[in-house]
Design a binder for this molecule. Sequence first.
Ligand SMILES: [Zn+2]
Length: 364
Amino acid sequence: MPEKKVGIILDDDFGSKHLPPYPKPSFLSFEHPIRINAILNHLERNGIFKDKRIVKVKPKEIDEGILELAHSKYHIDVIKKISRVGGGLLDEEVFVTDETFDLAKKAVGGAIEAIEGVISNKYAQSFALIRPPGHHAYREKASGLCIFNNIATSILYLRNQLNFKQKIAIIDIDDHFGDGLAHIFYNDQSVLYFSIHEFDFTVGDLGMVDEIGIDEGIGKNINFPVPEGITNEDFHYCLDLLDPILNEFQPALIIVAAGFDMYYADPIGNCSLTSIAYNQFADKILKIAERVCEGRISFILEGGYDIIGLPYCVEAVIKALLKEKYEPPDYEKNISFLGDSRKEEIDKIKSFLKSLLNPYWDQI
Ligand SMILES: [Zn+2]
């Protein structure tokens, strides 16, 4: 049997286009092409691309109509028109340049390639190194640095264009709640959305623990908000829940909304993870996937803005997929300011979450 490959979806444009026209430390400045350049240079330097199990792939070319699977024509036209006139600021958290429409469409094509490649057995697993990110984008609007919802559009593409009707689990490990993703699938029983995120919202109605889905989708939206400052240990303590959930849900595919902004040095997130946390997470989710869905996982890049740490976090995931030992960088080994575990607070949230889910799940 030929060895299974890991597909890495990349394109030079992600490392050069849709440049934020704002200086640091503006929030908008961090979603920068340098994120992708830093990752690719690091993977190249560390010989990842020399591994015969790794295949580099370009995003799938898609028609504009594909975007309409997840977005209103109005939203698509707004982005296109603002791009055509040279760009602008949509709200405080979304910038558009003259290249944004084309790059955001290419990012959707990247996620589709990653996900379609896994369900068609072209790759065992995949990782789409794309930007702009997508998990905050709603059907009707861009939000939080996200233009189009890369993961939601890909899932609806599988459903509508490839007639793939089996269950899909999205595990969102970005520091922030993927509100766009949650909304799009909130009443969908065939798409499980599980999000661990820092609970830092002042508005107070998004990503809360009691938002568990509606109608047929009830129980299939699982929010695990955590206090700022969580450690590697805390992160895994929360994610223990994935075992019973995925065992019972039995998805045919797992998609990871792979944000790395819980990294301790991230300029936007406020948590205390180091890169080994992502290695251990990928190892864990791979083992679950091997048990429930023949190892089918796609990682789709979301946030992660520390350009020193981000490449290590991505390498940590890829090493786990290749089942090779990951060696964290020396500078991570003796960090003295990571703070204490927040286990006591997490325990309360975990118990409450389990009590809310209990009526809808046998194993929780
Ligand atoms: Zn984020």
